[in-house]
Design a protein. Structure first.
Ligand SMILES: NC(=O)c1ccc[n+]([C@@H]2O[C@H](COP(=O)([O-])OP(=O)(O)OC[C@H]3O[C@@H](n4cnc5c(N)ncnc54)[C@H](OP(=O)(O)O)[C@@H]3O)[C@@H](O)[C@H]2O)c1
Length: 300
């Protein structure tokens, strides 16, 4: 994990600044980038995570262009849980309180592979990384009566979720693994809401966003399909696709709005609480995922 030093002085007038401090993961592209920029415009201190130096630099320019100086970019590769731990320790060292953690970084992988630490890659990046990050930052979030917001997906509805499948790399199907990891995001959120004493936990579907970077590892036909959808005029696609900025509206809403200050353990589609898949409400399954996650991260 490496980080850039925070700017020493603020360009924004005090009266326009919010006291809130928000960590957004996966802030170098798509929904996370739009979320980080909107939070910066609203005066939050933004800790923006990415995995690439070059993209973090580009994000810094965009953050500076919002007029704020209250930001920091931090680098960590979520395929390495040790990197995630370093990121958490860095944030915990620098900030006494965290008003919101937006667990947004996510990836889709066409082929099944283990990370260098021996964990299936999709579940490592999409579920275990936010699991570890949230756990290590829990006291900072609770110190602020803060919020944990996780970017899930409506695709979780198609998952046939079984704990035993989480470690599968043989017989791997990229879309199944991705849907399982997003199902895990919902189970995690519901169980986290039960376990947090002084903070809330919610998750959301940001909409179907073909223009985001998510599909870069997908098969050629899928990539072509997304490119075509992204190129079509929005009047033709508006009913079933969204922009990264539209997806970010929900993240910002859940991270900041007074309307949801006391709402916890919910799945949102836009700014409306929505039903997630029936099996996500199974408390025993939520607990089994939690225990499985604890046992995997304890060994890595
Ligand atoms: N796009 C959709 O249709 C859609 C629908 C529902 C839910 N979602 C969810 O929305 C979230 C954001 O996705 P997006 O659509 O905005 O995709 P995106 O444009 O690809 O952004 C994903 C972010 O996560 C980062 N990331 C990817 N792999 C990482 C790794 N190994 N370590 C650290 N960071 C990593 C990316 O870094 P780089 O910039 O370096 O790639 C990027 O900042 C994800 O959780 C996704 O599952 C997306």
């Amino acid at each position: 994990m490496s980080s850039r030093p925070p700017r020493e002085q603020s360009n924004s007038p005090d009266e326009n600044r919010s006291a809130s401090t928000v960590l957004v993961t996966g802030a170098t592209d798509g929904v996370g980038r739009a979320t980080a920029l909107e939070l910066a415009r609203r005066g939050a201190t933004v800790i923006a995570h990415g995995r690439s130096d070059a993209k973090a630099q580009s994000l810094e320019s965009a953050l500076a262009a919002t007029g704020t100086a209250d930001y920091e970019t931090v680098i960590a590769d979520f395929t390495e849980l040790d990197d995630v731990r370093e990121l958490a320790d860095h944030v915990a060292f620098r900030y006494d309180r965290l008003d919101a953690l937006v667990n947004n970084a996510g990836a889709f992988f066409e082929s099944g592979e283990l990370t260098a630490e021996g964990v299936e890659r999709t579940i490592a990046v999409n579920h275990l990384a936010p699991f570890v990050l949230t756990d290590r930052l829990r006291d900072r979030i609770e110190a602020a009566n803060g919020r944990v917001v996780t970017t899930a997906s409506a695709i979780h509805h198609r998952a046939e979720f079984a704990i035993a499948d989480l470690e599968t790399t043989t017989d791997y199907d990229g879309m199944d693994a991705y849907a399982r990891s997003k199902f895990a995001n919902v189970l995690f959120t519901y169980q986290l809401a039960e376990r947090l004493d002084r903070a809330t936990a919610n998750c959301f579907h940001p909409g179907f966003i073909p223009s985001s970077g998510l599909y870069r590892n997908a098969s050629l036909p899928v990539r072509l399909f997304m490119a075509v959808l992204s190129a079509l005029p929005s009047v033709l696609t508006d009913r079933f696709t969204a922009s990264a900025e539209a997806g970010a509206e929900t993240a910002v809403y859940l991270a900041t709005s007074g309307e949801v200050a006391d709402v916890t353990g919910q799945y949102f589609d836009g700014t409306e609480s929505a039903e997630s898949a029936p099996k996500t409400y199974d408390e025993a399954l939520q607990q089994r995922l939690w225990e499985w996650s604890e046992s995997v991260v304890a060994d890595v």
